[in-house]
Ligand binder design. Structure first.
Ligand SMILES: *Cc1c(COP(=O)(O)O)cnc(C)c1O
Length: 575
């Protein structure tokens, strides 16, 4: 496994979300799952939704866009108070926002009217943490704007604690929030749906049964992700603390004196390090540095590994008590919230899924979805027989279950895409490896886990989407330049990082032999075969769509496609 990498256990996140949701539900509180520390990771969001959160909370519009592009339709609350200039995007992307300024509310109201929507707003009350929110005396004029604007709906009041000044939520402070909510209700003759009491720091109060009954929402990120009490930092025994692990590789291990030799100055980050003389120590260097992580937020998972210091690219650890390590070994670290945020944002840290999902065994059966006429073709029957001989079962139609590798054979690209998105169970995180001369409907797939390979044409709209969303698109020109191996290495990296595997789309137009008229323009026979072998070696193949063949397709073209797909399947089975 290349390092450094951040491994993410979605089962742990889902379990934590379910535990928090369960405790909150018992107190009549719904949970907004906050994904901002993960840069709006759709995988993490879906794990939280699997755990039963009522909606998602985000602080950045870019992150919300990422969630929406991944097809997540759950209600999203904008947590950071919106800027005037963002108002239109907040309205179009988010369902609810937290607010404290009249000008912003007016801008949101105008934007909502223009878009023909009604945007829900929660007005934030300042309760001592001195971050966002208005003093109770200024509350009514703000609520007035929300109540009187046709584009807005005042859904409730909210408060936030433990953010800017570390002020703790208390029963008394929350009682004030509830009183304010009741004053607003009396004044405007409305019933507020939501009294949003705060973040993870409110969970200890909830556990103590000290949350006033009208508090019916909490916005929780930290405790779901970290499994810790947000106030004390202590582990919570009803949550898992192992959702995230940062792994680096040991690149040097030598015995060196613990004291530096020579005069010392300040380091590149403005610190003057100081050391304790402990004599000669076994020191290791891990390929992580301050560029990737916040050193102070790391804890080695192995208690015998001590963190000594770090520079931009080298993390120095003391291995005197852990001489069993050797160069090339992986060293694992837990991360605090700040380190987690940084690891998610660092382009140098690979993100991968761990846990049951990632370890799940490969498919045991191919489930075929094809037009009966194409299915009845002799070539198709031979292909299915060859698959059987490889030891995989064959089923036709029906529901895709665990252990199934779906094989779609629609004549067109559009319907394939619809099938892929509707047939696959929701909770599976799959990348999309699109081998086709055109992007087709793939540009609507989640950009972070999509790779287009072998492009020869794209509409201006498609090119624009590819550029804007940073989609990995490898044209025939790129492949001529870098070679099919490198192209596939990049493509497979994109579709397997942060997924539980990928669906391969192989269109007749991409390569030689599959579409008689396009012999010269696409991938050569050898390139196609190499690409398929690399697909097999990746171990991530979870579905196949063979597109561009109608029931009257030429026999030779069908056979060529079947040959390629056997390479994609076959090596995997032998391997
Ligand atoms: C970040 C944030 C939260 C979530 O806080 P956690 O400590 O991660 O639970 C809730 N509300 C607001 C306004 C936030 O900015």
């Amino acid at each position: 496994m290349p390092t450094p990498s951040l491994s993410i256990d979605l089962d742990a996140i889902a379990a934590n979300a379910a535990a928090v949701v369960g405790r909150c539900a018992a107190a009549g509180v719904r949970v907004i799952g906050v994904t901002k520390a993960t840069g709006g990771s759709p995988q993490v969001a879906r794990a939280m939704l699997r755990g039963g959160v009522a909606g998602l909370g985000e602080s950045r519009l870019d992150n919300v866009r990422r969630l929406r592009r991944a097809g997540i339709g759950a209600p999203v609350t904008m947590l950071r108070i919106p800027s005037v200039t963002e108002a239109a995007d907040v309205v179009s992307l988010c369902d609810v926002s937290l607010n404290s300024e009249a000008l912003v509310l007016e801008a949101l109201g105008r934007a909502a009217e223009e878009q023909g929507r009604v945007h829900d707003v929660i007005v934030m009350v300042e309760m001592g943490d001195r971050r966002e929110g208005v003093a109770p005396a200024e509350l009514m004029p703000l609520c007035e704007i929300a109540v009187s604007s046709p584009g807005l709906r005042l859904t409730g009041l909210g408060a936030n604690f433990m953010c800017a000044s570390g002020v703790l939520p208390t029963e008394a402070k929350l009682a004030v929030l509830v009183e304010e909510a009741e004053r607003v209700e009396a004044r405007f003759g409305v019933r507020l749906d939501t009294v949003s009491g705060g973040n993870s720091a409110n969970l200890p109060l909830l556990e103590a049964g000290a949350l006033p009954p009208r508090i019916n929402e909490l916005r929780v990120g930290f405790s779901i992700l970290r499994g810790e009490n947000a106030i004390t930092g202590a582990p919570l025994d009803w949550l898992r603390g192992d959702a995230f692990t940062l792994e680096g590789e040991l690149v040097e291990m030598k015995t060196k004196p613990s004291m530096p030799e020579g005069e010392t100055g300040i380091d590149a980050f403005g610190n003057r390090p100081s050391f304790e003389d402990r004599g000669d120590r076994v020191r290791g260097i891990v390929n992580l540095g301050r560029v990737d992580i916040r050193l102070e937020g790391l804890t080695a998972r192995d208690p015998d590994v001590e963190i000594t210091t770090a520079s931009s690219d080298h993390l120095i650890v003391d291995l005197t008590g852990a001489r069993r390590f050797a160069v090339g070994d992986t060293v694992a670290f837990g991360l605090d919230y700040g380190a987690l945020v940084q690891a998610f944002l660092s382009p140098y840290v690979e993100k991968r899924l761990a846990g049951r999902d990632a370890a799940e065994a490969g498919p045991g059966r191919v489930r075929v979805f094809a037009d009966p006429a194409l299915l009845a073709r002799e070539e198709t029957q031979d292909f299915l027989q060859a698959i059987r001989e490889f030891g995989l079962g064959i089923e036709t139609g029906g529901e895709i279950g665990p252990g199934d590798l779906p094989l779609w054979m629609p004549p067109d690209r559009g319907p394939t895409w619809e099938q892929i998105t509707t047939d696959l169970p929701d909770r599976v995180e799959l990348g999309l490896l699109w081998l086709d001369s055109e992007p087709g409907p793939a540009v609507a797939a989640e950009p972070d886990t999509l790779a287009l390979v072998g492009l020869r044409a794209a509409t201006p709209e498609q090119s624009e989407i590819i550029r804007r969303h940073g989609i990995l698109a490898l044209t025939m020109e790129d492949i001529d330049l870098i070679g099919i191996r490198e192209a596939m290495r990049r493509a497979l990296g994109r579709v397997t990082a942060m997924t539980e595997g990928f669906v391969l789309v192989l269109d007749a137009s991409v390569g030689r032999g599959m579409e008689p008229d396009e012999m010269e323009a696409g991938l050569s026979y050898r390139e196609c075969s190499t690409a398929m072998e690399l697909v097999a070696q990746s171990g991530g193949l979870r579905g196949i769509a063979m597109t561009g063949f109608d029931p009257d397709a030429q026999g030779a073209a069908l056979k060529a496609a079947h040959g390629y797909l056997m390479s994609a399947l076959g090596k995997r089975i032998l391997g």
